[in-house]
Design a protein around this ligand. Structure first.
Ligand code: NAD
Length: 333
């Protein structure tokens, strides 16, 4: 059995803790949250111990891997603490809001040859994974155009948005990782953004709507569109158009029942509400991949370098937004 600790028992930490607790080859040893109520609720539900401190959770000799699911601004210090204690890490995205801080974190931990996996869960979604595998197997030839659509059902509260780092680092970062995963290294980014959903978001200095165009080293073009709202639920689609056809992974619904009437044809359920429902299988597969890598010693993927590359892309998109210019990435040099 692989012993794991979960740090942060909020929306995503709770989900990870449940997935670890129900995994047949893992044991959830300890959970920790700076909010003792949040930690106690998860510990009580899953019948595990709530640690009194981060140090206690990480130092437990039964803990081999640490899942970091706390607020983004705590990731770097927790990664360093876990790695220095000799533990493997699965850290939620993004590594940090600041690329230089994330790079400094890597310089600090790299001499220990750490095993760090990043929580880009979409790579583990069964449909997106099948799409990626079929693309790599050459079914549609070389990719030429990719369209990644990601729209949340509704904006998060102002309290979350204030610490989120903005749409591009908080939300688009998943799509930027998928763009790299499917199209290879990105060499150029152009971003357009708008505040169309909620004036409160604009007042916080953020955007809630964006359209990005990326160019990959292979020459493929990627379009990403994001919105903080979607009237019909969590809109998550990927289309890859290539020399010999197209691969398309569409939205998922609660049921496949269709209504045909005098007013509708093929009317179906709204799409699954949000990430907890839509990526249920992906989160479980992500935890399984982390556990399997811990057992086998195989490299972890996506890794810290993937986290840095996605953050660099988010930063480039922000620069493009501010200047109106197309921005070249370090992969272009
Ligand atoms: N991969 C995904 O699909 C996905 C989805 C949601 C959130 N996230 C990421 O997960 C992280 C958490 O997001 P969330 O939505 O669960 O937020 P949340 O606010 O619901 O939960 C964060 C929790 O971390 C706790 N916390 C803060 N500092 C801590 C510390 N030093 N040690 C331990 N716990 C601490 C808070 O008390 C809170 O309970 C963020 O980095 C976010 O970007 C990823």
């Amino acid at each position: 059995m692989v012993g794991l600790a979960v740090l942060g028992c909020g929306r995503i930490g709770k989900l990870h803790a449940r997935n670890v607790a129900s995994h047949p080859r893992a044991r959830l040893v300890k959970v920790f949250d700076v909010s003792s109520e949040a930690a106690a609720a998860v510990a009580g539900e899953l019948g595990v111990q709530a640690a009194a401190s981060v140090e206690e959770a990480i130092a437990d000799p039964e803990v081999q891997g640490v899942l970091i699911a706390s607020s983004t601004d705590t990731h770097v210090e927790l990664i360093v603490a876990a790695v220095e204690a000799g533990k493997a890490v699965l850290c939620e995205k993004p590594i940090d809001l600041d690329l230089e801080r994330a790079q400094a974190c890597w310089r600090q931990i790299a001499p220990r040859r750490p095993r760090v996996m990043l929580g880009f869960n979409r790579r583990f979604d069964p449909s997106f994974r099948a799409l990626a595998e079929r693309l790599r197997s050459g079914e549609i030839g070389s990719p030429e155009l990719l369209v990644i659509t990601s729209r949340d059902p509704a904006p998060p509260p102002a309290q979350y948005l204030r610490r989120s780092g903005g749409l591009l680092r908080d939300m688009t970062i998943h799509d930027l990782d998928m763009a790299r995963h499917l199209a290879g290294e990105i060499v150029e980014a152009h971003a357009a953004g708008a505040n169309l959903v909620d004036p409160m978001i604009g007042a916080l200095g953020d955007i809630d709507t964006c359209a990005l165009t990326l160019r990959s080293r292979s020459g493929a073009l990627v379009q990403i569109t994001n919105s903080r709202h979607s009237a019909y639920g969590y809109d998550q689609r990927i289309e890859v158009f290539g020399a010999r056809g197209m691969l398309l992974a569409g939205n998922q619904r609660q049921t496949s029942v269709e209504l045909w009437s005098e007013r509708h044809t093929a009317a179906r359920d709204v799409v699954l509400h949000f990430f907890i429902e839509r990526y249920r299988a992906a989160y479980a597969a992500e935890i399984d991949a982390f556990i399997a890598a811990l057992e086998s010693g195989a490299p972890m993927s996506p890794d810290f370098a993937d986290g840095l590359a996605a953050l660099e892309l988010a930063q480039a998109a922000e620069r493009s937004l501010a200047t109106g210019q197309t921005v070249k990435l370090s992969a272009a040099r």
